[in-house]
Design a protein around this ligand. Sequence first.
Ligand SMILES: [Zn+2]
Length: 401
Amino acid sequence: MRVTWSGGELTFRLDPEDEITGKAADEHPVKLATNTCTISGVPADAHPDLYAVAAWTVVAPWTRRKVTFDRAVSAEVAAALHDGWGVEAGPVGAEPRSAGGTLAISYSGGADSVAASAVYPDAPFVHFRRVPHARVPNRWPHYRSDVLAKLAKRTGRDLTVVESDLEFTLAEPRPGYPEHHAVAAGALLLADRMDLGGLAFGYELGSRWLGGDRYLLRYTPDNPMWAPHGAWGRLFAAVGVHIVLPVGGVSEAVTMRLALNSDLKDQVRWCLRGTDGPCRTCGKCLYKELIQAAVERRPIDTPITADRPVARKWLQPPPFGGQEMIEYGLARVPGIEQSLFAKAIDHFDATEESTSWLDHCYPPAIDEIPPRWRDEAAAFLTSNVGLMTEREIRRVETWGS
Ligand SMILES: [Zn+2]
């Protein structure tokens, strides 16, 4: 893989051994659509290691053995790429970048991200906004990135919006981040200007520790994407931008509760479709409604009926992505047996007692936060959430086994 930056425009060329369909860090196959993308509003003189890592968040899935950058990188970054991915990176010859003093939040506006913001009320936001690509047709026009950017502005936080078409480098499964970390490409290029030493993400317990979403569905202390000792954690650390997961120890029930109780509650938006509010008809809205109903202890309120395609997966047997939250919802939502989740109840033996661990914080997640930002998170989580008991900790550590 050969990588060139011209201002904020990234161009990459595959070497003969590279492949059009590669795999992201979570093993998900991703197919390349085009070899250019642009990140706007970023400085022209960022540290060469920042250019390298920002590019790697895009090109990693398609790179097999070697990555050649257009400017020399530090030996530290080359080593992190070698140890994490087995690729030869070069040329080598730059001094490493030292970590800055500021923690910024990679802010999406969803409940998890708002909860992370509540932990650090003074942290500035960097918001990634999707814009169309000049040469790739937009097959997903209902994605309202303009609405999300507007809501981010209304938070009143120190906000930098980074506009990028990098999601269109992906042909399949659909436009999206080639690696989850590509959401941070703009923040990485801004790291010198913002004096960044850390970047906080809203990844919660399921994503960090339970192998959630499209990943493994079992306890994953060595998660390659989000563990500080994983490949990505070490690569970000090598450029002095530590990955910080303020809500990595709590479930989506807790992030939902924290978000709805936060100063930013009017700006929370997890749906990418609605303009005046969530669309209420997509799969994500349905999943989040189950969690919100459980948190608010009320019946589920949705226009979706069991015959809709979006409801189909709940009529099939598990596993489900975010299965711990399904169990949590089934145990707590009044009248769930009359809802479209009725069939799912047969597969679980969930009770309030058996799901209580999802109301507390998994302590090792706090220990992972770099020392500089740990105490603030620990104080917040201890007083607003509470730590798991030994028994609850065992529920995390035996998940999926
Ligand atoms: Zn929706």
